[in-house]
Write a protein that binds this ligand. Sequence first.
Ligand code: PEP
Ligand code: MN
Length: 351
Amino acid sequence: MDFEPLVLPGVDPARPIVIAGPCSAETEDQVLDSARGVARNGIKLFRSGIWKPRTKPGGFEGVGAAGLAWLKRVKRETGMYVAVEVATKDHVFEALKAGIDFLWVGARTTVNPFAVQEIADALRGADVPVLIKNPVNPDLELWIGAIERIYGAGLRRIGVIHRGFSSYEKKTYRNPPMWHLPIELRRRLPDVPIFCDPSHIAGKRDFILKLCQQAMDLKFDGLIIETHCQPEKAWSDAAQQITPEALGGILQSLVIRNADGLSEDLSELRCRIDLIDEALLELLAKRMNISGEIGRYKRSRNMPVLQSSRYSEIIERRAALGKSMNLDGDFVRSILEEIHEESIRVQMDSE
Ligand code: PEP
Ligand code: MN
């Protein structure tokens, strides 16, 4: 595939290209206030959802086409480029007719090839940048399939947005990032710019800075950050939106790693190690929770905590597994002994 850069006149293509604006357009005043705030912080690309896909009926489903006039006003008054999410052919026709500058396809749409094809068909002949969010489920082929459908309609300015993936487990992030998936997408389609959406990954504003920095360390091309003039009063995604001032602060404190050659590769490798360490710790925490449950189970049935046959079996089986993965046997044994010791402590302390 032969992609073209996303370039929009006047937008600095240097990393990070930042898109900011509220989750949803709520009122004309809220859109304009938020837009003026982000523009004051140097932002050139404004986002705002007007058709909102909500998990359950009855929530705020967006102001609909009425919001297009507000976005035109944002364009006129601030000079920013404006974007909306499109999920049907009618959204595409209305957005293009209103002169919306770029579009994004939401995570709940990318999962559905019929919907993506409908959007692609409606876009045929248009020359507008389109950003495709990852599907809510961690399926790289489905994500790439959506890119191919939009590309197949003749569009060449295509980017992707990494917004994390749904997970059933209770976890730190609303949508865990599973960084290996966008990294693999980069390997498969090196010319497609990747934006990180820390807002939908995090679900909470406190994590936005850390996620932005991780995205920069992984050489993502841009960021799309939900920014609202009064985040705590937002009609959707209130917990994850930030003020324009907070956005300015985050962008100022980001360290952009641009060194060429070896050192850049090194920082990317270090970042991957950091992410793996985090994943290891999360797994250990999960394992200890289960140990606590086992402790309660044994107590309720009057069983002793230590069952040495199970312990020896664990060590032997895991040491063999480690060996098959080229891990040193003594190393695996010593880690397992530490884990087991802590697990016994947790079982004994469990209430
Ligand atoms: C959004 O960007 O407002 C949105 C609905 O996000 P997602 O499709 O990632 O859930
Ligand atoms: Mn949102």
